[in-house]
Design a protein around this ligand. Structure first.
Ligand code: KG4
Ligand code: ZN
Length: 345
């Protein structure tokens, strides 16, 4: 089976084609068109601008994916598309495109949950001996989730953020430090030569028997700290130390709670996906501490960690193979709890 996956939930217009039967999946094409140039000046994603850019790019991106796979649209066996969660106007562009293609080609149309796509990313390529069950730490601009993936389509949310996502906290912290959007890579770069022990920013570890996160207090702590210090007068080493200390306070709860969630779920495999999964310091700490605890931690390649169409196509292929009914009247679902997903099959 060859499935096209379309992803337009946020600020990436993405399309990919995967091939497989059941569990083995190969990527035949993977095209991502980012919009950083459009949103950077605003310090965050502007929903209306994102929708308009998706409209301009979705056709060419799908055409590029077909060309990369050396296929005609009529060679496809199904169309998968992200229906939620995400920005409603952005989602609509992908959904309308997929509906039109499925109707014209008379192929099954599969509505995919964006976070299931991220969850399945370890199965995409290069990692052949990975298997359920596992715990997934999903950390992006929109989400901070710990999920116990017991089997395909059986996902239990163990914890999530009560306020800001960790990516949002990176982005807001970067803005306070006068750094450009997206803030994660900017803070990581500044932190590289900083001392992470220089300042003790608060870690919201909350109740240790639960696996929820909270990041809004840390953002406020950075703001009041910078007001007290006089942000304009900081020398460059002090800025590096602040960035490194702030980054450490963002990362530590991710590490502590991921390991606690693995223990609670009796899982010895942990997957990290989402944009924040690109963070080098998170990778180092989690790898070291998980390995010491007997847990294997897997970071998919950065290009498959961030938003892409291949993970959506993979989820579509698995769902089709498991007997999920196609739905030609799909609508966008901007808010869609992951827990509702297991009831579909
Ligand atoms: O998954 P993603 O690309 O898009 C969303 O679905 O949101 O995640 C974007 C987020 C942004 O908040 C960005 O600042 C963060 O991922 N990010 C990072 C790094 N690279 C991207 N955060 C920390 N360190 C990084 N190296
Ligand atoms: Zn995402």
């Amino acid at each position: 089976m060859r499935i096209l996956g379309i992803e337009t939930s946020c600020d990436e217009t993405a399309a990919a084609i995967v091939q497989g039967d059941g569990r083995e999946v190969a990527i035949l094409a993977n095209v991502v068109h980012g919009q950083l140039d459009i949103h950077a000046a605003y310090g965050g994603v502007v929903p209306e601008l994102a929708s308009r850019a998706h409209i301009r790019h979705v056709g060419p991106v799908v055409a590029a994916a077909l060309a990369q796979a050396r296929m005609a649209a009529s060679d496809l066996d199904g169309i998968a598309v992200t229906v939620g969660p995400g920005l409603v106007g952005a989602l609509l562009v992908g959904v309308a495109t997929a509906r039109g293609m499925a109707l014209a080609l008379e192929r099954p149309l599969l509505g995919i949950h964006h976070m299931e796509g991220h969850l399945l990313s370890p199965f995409l390529e290069g990692v052949t001996d990975f298997a359920f069950p596992f715990v997934a730490l999903l950390v992006s601009g929109g989400h901070t989730l710990l999920v116990h993936a017991q089997a395909f389509a059986r996902y239990e949310v163990l914890g999530q953020t009560r306020d800001d996502s960790v990516g949002e906290a990176f982005d807001k912290g970067a803005r306070l430090l006068g750094l450009a959007y997206p803030g994660g890579p900017a803070i990581a770069a500044l932190a590289r030569d900083g001392n992470s022990q220089a300042f003790a920013f608060p870690r919201a570890l909350l109740d240790r028997t639960r696996h929820d996160f909270s990041y809004s207090g840390l953002k406020t702590a950075l703001r009041t700290f910078l007001e007290r210090e006089g942000a304009g007068e900081l020398d460059s080493q002090r800025r590096r130390d602040i960035a490194a200390s702030f980054q450490e306070a963002l990362i530590e709860p991710l590490v502590v709670k991921s390991l606690a969630a693995c223990r609670a779920a009796r899982a010895d495999r942990l997957v990290v996906a989402g944009g924040v999964g690109a963070n080098q310091r998170l990778r180092e700490r989690l790898t070291r501490e998980a390995t010491a605890a007997g847990i294997r931690v897997l970071f998919p390649p950065v290009g498959l960690c961030t938003d892409n169409g291949a993970m959506i196509a993979c989820a579509g292929l698995w769902r089709l193979a498991s007997g999920m009914k196609a739905d030609s009247f799909l609508n966008a679902r901007p808010r869609w709890p992951l827990a509702e997903l297991s009831q579909q099959i």
